[in-house]
Every structure is written in C-alpha cells, then in structure tokens.
Write a protein that binds this ligand. Structure first.
Ligand code: BG6
Length: 504
C-alpha cells in the first residue's frame, strides 16, 4: 500500500515492457493507469514503454491503437498533451516464446532504447497475456538474460491472477517462476488489493484502538463476505466455462478480503510482515474433507431471466459454453479458521454472476446482548449489530445498532451510522490500477500476493473443487438470472440459525 511517505514518490528511470501489448488488459487497464500516473507527474522522466507483440507491428500502429483504447477506457478526461507525451515513449517490438531468437532481438532493442532514454537499465516486465503464457515468457526472458540484475539495476516481473487453476498448478507455476526470478522481484497482481476500500480494511482495524479488542470470537458471531455481480458471463465463455465462480473469485479476491479482515496485527507496516500475517491466516483455514465440503457449500448456475430491462440468456446458451455445462456461476461456502482468535466463528462466503444487484461487502455480525432486558416490552426482536465494510458500489463503512424510538413507550428500532467516501472526501476511490503500477515501479510489494499465500488459498478450496468435480450435475442448483441466487444458499446459513444480510 502506498503510504503517505511514498505516494508522491516519482519512480527511478525504467523500461516498462508490456507483453500482450495489443490485448484487452493493456488497452482497458494498463495504459489508462499509466496515463493517470503521467497526469499526476508520477512517471519517471527517464522512461520508455516497450509494447511486445507476437506479430510484427509498427510503433505508429501500436500507438494509434493504444490511443483509441485510452479514449474509450480512461477513468478521467484525456488531456491530449499528456497522452501524446506518454505514447511518444511507446515502441513496438515483436517477440514470441516459441521463437527463442526473438528474445535475443528484444534484448538488443531494449538495450538501445535504454541507452537513448537513459533509463539506467531498470526493467519491469508486465505480462498482460493469458496465464498459460506466463511460464514460457518467463523462461525465455530468463534464457536471454533479461531478468538478471546487473550493476545495481533492478528487474521485476508482473503477472496477474489467475495464478494456477488448482493447488498443483499454482505450486508448479510458483516453482517455475521462482527458479528464474526471486520472490521480491515477482509482483502478483490481484486487482482487489488496489481498491482503496480494500486497503482501508487494514487502516480501519489497525489505526483505531477501539475495534481490535472486540475483533475476536468473544464478540463476533460470524462474518459474511459477499461479491455479487449483475453481469452474466458475456463474451468470456471460453475462459469462464473452464473456470467457474469458485476458481475465478474465491482463492483470490474473496480470500484477500478474508485475510485482511481475519489476520493478526502485523508488527510492522512492510511487505514481509503484512504478507506473512495474511499467509498465516489463510494457512489456518480448516481443510475440509470432500464430504464436509459438499455439506458446507452450495453451487448454482443461472438460467435465463431479466435484470432491470435487460433479458439475460441462459448460461448454457452463452458463446463458447458447453450445452451441458455443469460449471457453477454461483458459489457459497462456509469456512472455519483454526486459531485462537476465530475458533467457532463461521466465515460465510458467496459470489455469483447474473444476480439482482452488484454488491461487494464484508459484514461483521457481533454477538447479541447477553440477556434481553426488553423482553417484557413490546420489543420482540432486536435488530442485528452488523459492521458493514462496503467495497463497491457503496464505498464506505456502516454500523448498525438499536436505538429507542422517541415517545412514551419503549420501542426500539435498528439504525445505521454511516461513512461514505464520496461524501467525506468528495472523491470516488479509483479502481486502483495506478496504485499497483506505481508500487511495482517504486518496488513496494506490500499489495502483491506471495507464493505461500497463493498456495494456502488453493489448499483451502481444493476439497470443494474435487468434491464438485466428482458430483458433476448432482447438487448443481439452477437459479434465475436477476434473482438472489439459489435458495439453498439461504439454507446454508439458515441451518445455523443465521441469515445473509439484506442491503438496507
Ligand atoms: C475478475 C474476474 O478477476 O474480477 C471477473 O475474472 C469478475 O469474473 C471481476 O467479474 C470482478 O471484479 P470487480 O472489481 O468488478 O469486483
């Protein structure tokens, strides 16, 4: 996380090398984020962007394409002067891992550009490619000597989730990358960690003295983590049908939220201490047997329905989705954390597509008052004490508690004390990409995943993956697009005498 001390820090000169320069990720997120950094004067003066393409392409054509992307995806109005200055730094170079000699040519071109732009030899390689290209590209970069630190110049490799598709493939990928580059040079991006609202979980917990004493099994009844999306699978069928909601969201985005909420206070605010505390809590998630995993989970797939005025077709009729697919588009799980702070406190997680609303939140439910003084009054049921951390689209924090309704009778109502970013700071938090890219350039890897954390996450979801694979269509619930998901997800909490928090 960029601290106040380094948030204005201009990185040292460097070459920013993007593999997959013609792709969606580069156009949609990387270039708009570099533009925002350029506008904030947070790019180095001695800088070059090398756009690596598989097929030969002229630098002018690449710049035109990136400019079009920027106009479409920029998160703020584009100042042509700033955009031109940024795109002037872009050079297209072709390289393909199936042709090792092309990496020798890349090295020569890079050395010339570095000399021209005086970047000091620092290199950042950003792999904006499909994940199956990570290992081959890293191998060739290593073989061509491009990842070897020389005379004080740094090398960094940036990859973006997914990091594997299960525990074995995640381990294999980590082992492979770490045989070529060191952990401190490897930046694994999970874009959730770029979100201000996610980073704020750390600040909320550890910069306020009042939460930590009650942040444990003595006072917390359970924790709910919800990531609901309105969008269906859209044009991503070929990726999604192989992946499903669990792999796509849980070991990465939902576990980032879980680890920040559940970790022990780190002794220092640095990458080693924070990432160790996060990895420790993920490693403490109880590993369930396959039978337990089936009992403690619900999976669903959406069928046709309506969201607002939009008709959503059946998942199985989406492009590149198998007509008899059993891939889940909704997953809900109950997890336990085996440590002194959380023993006996259930963590309920759910995520799904084509649901009635878009909502990402962590809801912490506190235990009820030990006895009800008000049971002989007309007050039947007290409202529940939830502390809700809204990630998006509601960005803020609210605390729900009971209060007396004014009047001669004792009547009690649940009310809410609310903080919203946009009301207080008059600015909506950014999507976080520029924070992440800036952190890569200044060498702060606190917001990036470490190998042990990635593997601990996959270890915890592996029994669910295995059990669901064996069960096939059996147990897959069908829910209507635009609904709140399968009814069995309510039953998952219902059988523990609890229910999912309804948005207020
Ligand atoms: C991505 C998933 O990592 O995160 C998508 O692959 C999902 O399926 C997206 O839609 C959600 O991100 P956000 O920031 O919109 O919550």
């Amino acid at each position: 996380m960029t601290t106040q001390a380094n948030s204005n820090q201009v990185p040292e000169g460097c070459a920013f090398v993007i593999f997959g320069a013609t792709g969606d990720l580069t156009h949609r997120l990387v270039i708009p984020a570099l533009y925002n950094l350029a506008e904030a004067n947070l790019l180095p003066e001695k800088f070059c962007v090398v756009g690596v393409t598989r097929k030969e392409m002229s630098s002018d054509d690449l710049r035109d394409s990136l400019m079009q992307g920027l106009r479409k995806y920029a998160t703020r109005p584009v100042d042509d002067k700033v955009a031109d200055q940024l795109l002037y730094c872009v050079t297209a170079v072709s390289a393909d891992p199936s042709e090792p000699a092309s990496f020798e040519r890349l090295r020569e071109r890079l050395e010339k550009l570095e000399a021209n732009r005086n970047t000091g030899g620092n290199r950042l390689f950003y792999l904006a490619t499909p994940p199956d290209a990570f290992a081959p590209i890293a191998t060739e970069l290593g073989r061509a000597g491009l990842l070897k630190e020389t005379s004080g110049a740094w090398r960094r490799l940036v990859v973006e989730k997914p990091f594997g598709t299960d525990l074995a493939s995640a381990k294999a990928l980590n082992d492979h990358l770490l045989s070529i580059i060191s952990e401190h040079e490897l930046y694994r991006i999970d874009h959730y960690l770029g979100k201000e609202t996610v980073q704020n979980i750390l600040v909320l917990r550890f910069s306020n003295g009042m939460f930590e004493p009650i942040w444990n099994r003595e006072h917390i009844d359970h924790i709910q983590i919800t990531v609901e999306e309105k969008l269906g699978v859209g044009h991503r069928g070929s990726f999604y049908d192989k992946t499903g909601a669990l792999r796509d969201m849980v070991p990465n985005h939902l576990f980032q939220l879980l680890s920040l909420v559940a970790m022990e206070p780190p002794a220092h605010f640095n990458a080693h201490a924070v990432r160790s505390a996060k990895a420790d809590v993920l490693a403490a998630i109880q590993i369930q047997t396959e039978e337990e995993a089936l009992r403690n989970s619900v999976r669903g797939q959406y069928t046709s329905g309506k969201i607002g005025d939009t008709d959503i077709p059946d998942y199985r009729s989406a492009k590149d989705v198998a007509a008899d697919s059993t891939t889940e588009t909704f997953a809900a799980l109950t997890l336990s954390i085996d440590n002194w702070r959380w023993a006996g406190v259930p963590f309920y997680l759910r995520t799904g597509k084509a649901l009635s609303g878009k909502r990402t939140e962590v809801a912490i439910k506190f235990k009820e008052a030990p006895f009800s003084m008000f049971r002989c009054t007309p007050v039947q049921e007290l409202s529940q004490n939830f502390l809700v951390i809204g990630i998006e689209p509601v960005e803020g924090i609210s605390l729900q508690f009971n209060t007396k309704v004014p009047g001669p009778m004792i009547a009690i109502d649940g009310v809410e004390m609310t903080f919203r970013y946009k009301d207080y700071f008059k600015v909506a938090p950014s999507n976080g990409y520029e924070t992440l890219l800036h952190d890569c350039m200044i060498g702060d890897n606190i917001l990036f995943q470490r190998a042990d954390g990635v593997e601990a996450g996959w270890r915890a979801v592996q029994p669910f993956l295995d059990a669901w694979k064996k069960a096939g269509a059996h147990g897959l619930q069908i829910y209507r697009a635009g609904s709140d998901g399968p009814e069995d997800a309510d039953e998952l909490l219902g059988r523990d005498g609890r229910n999912w928090r309804k948005p207020t």
